[in-house]
Design a protein around this ligand. Sequence first.
Ligand code: AR6
Length: 323
Amino acid sequence: MPLPTGMRLPLLLLLLSRGRRWRRLAGAYSRQPPPARSLSCGGGGTGPRMRPGPPSSGCFSASWARNMSSKEFDPTFPTTDWKVAKRHLEEIDHAKRRCYYKAKRFVMIDEIQTWKDFSVEEKLKQPVTSYNKDDVLNEKISLLQEDITKLEIDAIVNAANSSLMGGGGVDGSIHLAAGPLLRDECATLNGCSPGDSKITSGYCLPAKYVVHTVGPFVQGKERLPEKVLSSCYIESLKLADVNGLRSIAFPCVSTGAYGYPNGQAAETALKAVRQYLEERRNSFDRIIFCVFLKLDYVLYKEKMPFYFPFGAKPQSQLQEQCQ
Ligand code: AR6
């Protein structure tokens, strides 16, 4: 049936505009994948994503840019071999690694206050405790409320699941910030049991390594699996230590999706780290309790003085000890 004259023109225009859209779409699908980001700082058009940092970072030196090859070293490119990227990243220092950070800002270790300084600045009160004051330890630990993926340190700990293939929470954030090669390396590790730890490169994270630990899952009103949680901290420290790492940050393992009560988890974490440092006084320059939630920040601030006292023992305790 012939179309009424008034409808012919709108129909013609509709067909023409569809044709243009299809051609555009076809063009988009047939396009080649974008070239791998160049390894030189600022490659790929996104520019170096650095905080206004140390001015003489090696990233911008011409020789550094020349030494970089193409795809195989780009840790954000999925076809890059993770072993090649890992080796390359191990050979360079933090300043040079900054070229690869996905993070737009990062926190250097010198910017993180030690517990010794923090307790003074915050004018914290020393509660009664059975632990001794130890300034060597107090200069090794820190409490920080921060996104752990921003820390430019030797290792950050991931609260992973036993497949090690990524998930939500801090695990998801770490995988996102590290890029696809983290998953490739994790796939070779044969998973991880609760209470155990495995180590990988940090790839595009400001942290050089990721220590993946699997915390206990808490169900209902069962007795808390304190030993497993404690083991997460001890095993992660051991693993970082045998790999020669000097700084490490922990999130509050198991307190998110795995349901461990925050207060008890904080106590277990603090106790485990204190025990480790007492047994190996020369290990680590810094161990950071990197909390994300205000709730955990308040809890750690309240509980840390018991495990890492900064003040003199109250008179009453001295008397008790003498009797
Ligand atoms: N930086 C620091 N801490 C964080 C960050 C961050 N960017 N994001 C979250 N947290 P969760 P879990 C804190 O659930 O309980 C995953 O899906 C968060 O506030 O990440 O051990 C895994 O794949 C909380 O205090 O770990 C596992 O399946 C803490 O990290 C499962 O969750 C831990 O919360 C592991 O559960």
